[in-house]
Design a protein around this ligand. Structure first.
Ligand code: NAP
Length: 243
């Protein structure tokens, strides 16, 4: 059984990715930062349905916590074959109101978190001459969102990170891809009122909000043999909102 690590898997998109990879036959390390109960409940659900999952706490922005987590994952579940850098935070505010603290925090979690986890995972992947990394960016990293300059910048950085790493690791048999989700129904968007959501749906050619499962399906495809000639790609899963 191959092992996968999904960061930020206690809820939302990460939880759906964990469930999908478990259904695909991977042992899943369910990373969370603070939602311990939710991560444990998800693992319980996966294990009850015949899969293998274990919760692992760590703040992905903290280097030593990430190194300890990967050591624990190796001990408990074995060598990591798939890494999904999904953990992320967002904030909406005017550019002039972005604090230095929030700028740093968004980059620390969304970008440095992917750097920390990828570096912790790739040495073994290089030795194995195989592996898959999927980074969860955003359509706002592709086109920019007003009142989310720090979030858009961090998500754009993940796209550059994906492309550069794909070039460097391709010769080692490792594929690195990125997914740019559109509007997905999760807690991250719970602050949006009905009128705002309806307006966004009106701008979406496929006329609906996306689900966490839409993103999980894309991850499942990208890490599968069906995608064996795809690397460095940014897969848009956004209902056509950004084309
Ligand atoms: P969410 O519901 O807010 O969940 C975020 C997840 O990230 C939680 O599991 C949270 O864990 C984890 N997390 C946050 N900070 C962390 C840290 N420092 N270390 C480890 N884990 C951390 O968000 P979501 O909507 O599922 O989003 C998942 C990813 O998709 C994010 O990268 C987001 O930017 C991206 N995305 C989302 C949308 C959307 O419309 N929802 C669109 C485009 C892109 P705890 O609960 O333990 O804190």
């Amino acid at each position: 059984m191959k092992t996968s690590v999904v960061t930020g898997a206690s809820r939302g998109i990460g939880a759906a990715i964990a469930e999908r990879l478990a259904a695909d036959g991977y042992a899943v390390a369910v990373n969370y930062n603070s939602s311990e109960k939710a991560a444990e409940e998800l693992c319980r659900r996966i294990n009850l349905s015949g899969g293998v999952a274990m919760p692992f706490q760590c703040d992905v922005s903290k280097r030593s916590e990430v190194e300890n987590m990967f050591a624990a994952v190796r001990r408990e579940l074995g060598t990591v074959a798939v890494l999904v850098n999904n953990a992320g935070i967002a904030e909406q505010c005017l550019f002039t109101d972005i604090s230095e603290h929030m700028w740093d925090r968004l980059f620390d979690v969304n970008v440095k978190g992917a750097f920390n986890c990828s570096q912790a995972a790739v040495r073994e992947m290089i030795s194995a001459k195989s592996g898959n990394i999927v980074n969860i960016s955003s359509m706002w990293g592709q086109v920019g969102a007003s009142c989310e300059v720090h979030y858009s910048s961090a998500k754009a950085a993940l796209i550059g990170f994906t492309k550069a790493l794909a070039k460097e690791l391709g010769p080692s048999g490792i594929r690195v891809n990125c997914i740019a989700p559109g509007l997905i129904s999760t807690e991250m968007n719970s602050h949006l009122d009905e009128d705002t959501i309806n307006a966004l749906v009106d701008e979406t050619p496929l006329s609906r909000v996306g689900t966490a499962e839409d993103i999980a399906n894309a991850v499942s495809f990208l890490v599968s043999e069906k995608a064996s000639f795809i690397t460095g790609d940014v897969l848009s899963v956004n209902g056509g909102m950004v084309i």
